[in-house]
Design a protein around this ligand. Sequence first.
Ligand SMILES: NC(=O)c1ccc[n+]([C@@H]2O[C@H](COP(=O)([O-])OP(=O)(O)OC[C@H]3O[C@@H](n4cnc5c(N)ncnc54)[C@H](OP(=O)(O)O)[C@@H]3O)[C@@H](O)[C@H]2O)c1
Length: 244
Amino acid sequence: MRKFGLIGYPLTHSFSQRYFTEKFEREGISDVSYSVYPLQRIAELTGLLGDPELQGLNVTIPYKEQVLAFLDDKNEVVREINACNCIKIEDGKKVGYNTDVVGFRDSLLGKLQPHHTHALILGTGGAAKAVEYVLIKLGLSYRFVSRHPRPATTDLSYEQADAALLRSHTLIINTTPLGMYPKIDECPALPYEAIGPLHYLFDLVYNPEKTLFLKKGEGQGAVIENGYEMLIGQAEESWRIWNP
Ligand SMILES: NC(=O)c1ccc[n+]([C@@H]2O[C@H](COP(=O)([O-])OP(=O)(O)OC[C@H]3O[C@@H](n4cnc5c(N)ncnc54)[C@H](OP(=O)(O)O)[C@@H]3O)[C@@H](O)[C@H]2O)c1
């Protein structure tokens, strides 16, 4: 049996387990399993890695950074952004990858237009690093908007994200959890009236399908995209890494 799975904590509901189990059934992939491993402490990973049948893991909150200490090697993206959400285990060697980057890039490109040259990234957490990596690779200019702008950076506060700033930044990417189920009436504090048809609003949140952030953008005529395609993209990229 080839074993795969997801580590994180807590793991009350897992998109990945459902996705891979359905994929295995749909595509007739047998002698393989995908399990969830809620680890209260990252130290518990050592025991899990002792399973000789384990060939790959996805990694979610809060371990995308802590897991780096367990890796024998990292690909270029992981080295650059210090966040790993996919591990391939081959002959006991553990190699780290970041498939959020591929998932986000492919989904973003679906609706990106040449005039989307200046972006705002809302939030500065783990997913924001994957988003930043993609924007740099695409040659787009960007600023972070944060509740706590980091000293000696170009981070902006939400107070600084005024109408003029929004008009000059037509790509806005929400990497905060605001608006995620069950708190669906929350959204980042922005002057949404400054958004128009030239804007592209991308929300990494995928539940609900249309967050308040996206609804407000759509109401102003903006192009919108939620995080669902990215989620599928990162899962499929993990599978490709585990099965080259
Ligand atoms: N679609 C996908 O495939 C996919 C993949 C990865 C993540 N995600 C989603 O992306 C979101 C972020 O994930 P993450 O791993 O980056 O989480 P994270 O590391 O906790 O970072 C989230 C960031 O959002 C900001 N934030 C948090 N709470 C906030 C609040 N109440 N108000 C305003 N800003 C707040 C914070 O930035 P500041 O402190 O700088 O304000 C924080 O660093 C989650 O909803 C996650 O489900 C989706």
